[in-house]
Design a protein around this ligand. Structure first.
Ligand SMILES: [Zn+2]
Length: 307
């Protein structure tokens, strides 16, 4: 039944089965490189994330919202600050987790709200980041029925988790004002080393830059900027981290850490010092990038096409 499915990115028919990961069948689009994991009966819901050790650890590790700001958020802010110096734009962050980027946007002078289905993370952000009236578990359909409209919609590391990301992107398209911007980041399928977190049920899709671009074009956007990350620091951090995990697959990123208190301590240090490491390793990253090594993110900024 699943042998003749269309690619969710470029739309071409006939994705091929290329293997299995646990109970998931792995499909590949040979045209754009998109990879999809399908499970016949299992649905990914908010309970999976609210109960997950890794997502709950994130709330403990990052008591300060700036600790969760990553490469993708920085790139987005750089673009937004240049494009909207007056900051008078309305932004929606889909899959905002505890609202750390909404907090960052608000502090930078933007009018921002966020939505997520992880109620535990939302409650954390409301209590700790002062986001009571800024983040909620509203659905995109609710926002659409309220007639909400935005100048910018951001989705960082979200689409790879979703069963039906084209539907979510179509709703994002409807929520954007004419000419509005979609800012999307997701892991790069071309990553140099694949950590356990890039498997189902955590990630259901893998995107090449080509598949991501095909996807947004098909859904009514015009790509403006495409970026691929090369970060030696993130590669080393994730590689070392994998040795500290129980390989029992009891957490979605590849098993719970063996020593919770030690891993939280080390992750806090890594987060606090990452700016320094990015700076020190910048020449190495540049050289590796030129020879084609990628790790771990990619981003696309696209404009809503006039219809
Ligand atoms: Zn495709």
């Amino acid at each position: 039944m699943l042998n003749q499915i269309a690619c969710q990115c470029c739309g071409l028919n006939g994705m091929k089965v290329i293997g299995h990961t646990g109970e998931y069948e792995q499909f590949l689009c040979e045209s754009c490189g998109y990879v999809r994991f399908f499970h016949i009966s299992k649905e990914v819901g908010h309970q999976l994330y609210e109960a997950d050790a890794d997502y709950n650890d994130d709330l403990v590790v990052a008591t300060d919202y700036v600790d969760l700001i990553q490469w993708n958020h920085k790139q987005a802010l750089k673009y937004l600050n240049k494009k909207f110096p007056s900051r008078d734009v309305a932004l929606l962050d889909i899959g905002c987790f505890n609202g750390f980027f909404v907090r960052k946007l608000l502090n930078s002078g933007y009018d921002a709200i966020g939505i997520d289905f992880n109620n535990k993370a939302l409650n954390f952000g409301k209590s700790n980041y002062g986001l009571e009236d800024r983040i909620s578990n509203k659905t995109l359909k609710q926002l659409l029925s309220e007639g909400s409209q935005f100048d910018v919609v951001t989705m960082f590391e979200v689409i790879e988790h979703l069963e039906d990301f084209p539907l979510v992107l179509s709703d994002a398209h409807k929520l954007l004002k004419p000419g509005g911007l979609l800012i999307l980041s997701t892991p790069n399928s071309r990553m140099f080393w694949r950590p356990d977190l890039d498997f189902p049920p955590h990630h259901l899709s893998r995107f090449t830059p080509k598949s991501l671009a095909s996807c947004v074009v098909r859904l009514g956007f015009t790509p403006l900027l495409s970026l691929e990350q090369t970060s030696t620091f993130d590669l080393i951090r994730n590689y070392i981290g994998s040795f500290f995990r129980h390989k029992d697959r009891k957490s979605m990123r590849g098993g719970e850490f063996r020593s919770k208190s030690l891993s939280i301590f080390l992750r806090r240090i890594a987060n606090k010092s990452k700016g320094l490491w990015y700076f020190l390793l910048w020449p190495v990253d540049m050289i590796l990038h030129v020879i084609g090594i990628r790790y771990i993110g990619q981003m696309i900024i696209a404009k809503k096409r006039a219809v």
